[in-house]
Design a protein around this ligand. Sequence first.
Ligand SMILES: C[S@@+](CC[C@H](N)C(=O)[O-])C[C@H]1O[C@@H](n2cnc3c(N)ncnc32)[C@H](O)[C@@H]1O
Length: 174
Amino acid sequence: MITKKPKLMMNGHTDEIYTPEYALNPILPYLKKEWTIWENAWGTGVLAKHLIKKGFKVSSEDGDIILTNPPYSDKEGFLERAYKRGKPFAFLLPLTTLEGKKRGELFKKYGVQLIIPNRRINFIMPNKQGGSWFQTAWFCWKLNLPKQLNFVELEKQELKSMGAENQSEVQDDK
Ligand SMILES: C[S@@+](CC[C@H](N)C(=O)[O-])C[C@H]1O[C@@H](n2cnc3c(N)ncnc32)[C@H](O)[C@@H]1O
C-alpha cells in the first residue's frame, strides 16, 4: 500500500514546509531582543517575516543565533555546521531527528536541549492538503534552557489566523 507520506518524500517536496507564527511562541522567551537572528534556510521568508514582525533583526547571512526550520533533507548538515560555528542555535526539527548514528554522535559530543510542544504544528505546505504527520521540537544549543527536555503547551491556532488563507483546512492530531 502506498501512503501519502512516502510519496511526498519521494517527490522531494518535504523541504518546502513553512513555519506558522505560533510555532515560535515556545522559543521566544530565550531570544534576546538585541540579537540579530540568522535565518539560514530562508526559503520564501515565512519564518523571517514572523521574526521581523516580533521586533527582531533578521539576516539570511549571519547573526548572533541561528534559528530556522531547516530543510529536512539536510538535517545533519545543518546541525553539524551550526555546532562547528559555535553560535547558539534553535532548529525546529522532527522529533525523529534524535534518531540516527551520525546525529547521535553530534548530540553526544556537543549536547542538545529540546523544547517539545504538546501538539503537532500545522505547518504551511503550499498546495498540499492534510496536517503534519510528524511531531516537531525546537532543538537548541547554548540557549541555557531550564532542562534538557522542556515540555510546553502550544496553543492551537487556525491557519486562517496565520495568514495562510490559501491553505486547505488541516487537522491537528489532538
Ligand atoms: C522546511 S523549509 C522552511 C523554510 C523557512 N525556514 C520557514 O520556516 O518558513 C526549509 C527551506 O530551506 C531551503 N533549503 C534547502 N536546502 C537549503 C540549503 N542548503 N541552504 C539553505 N536553505 C535551503 C528549502 O528550499 C526550504 O525553503
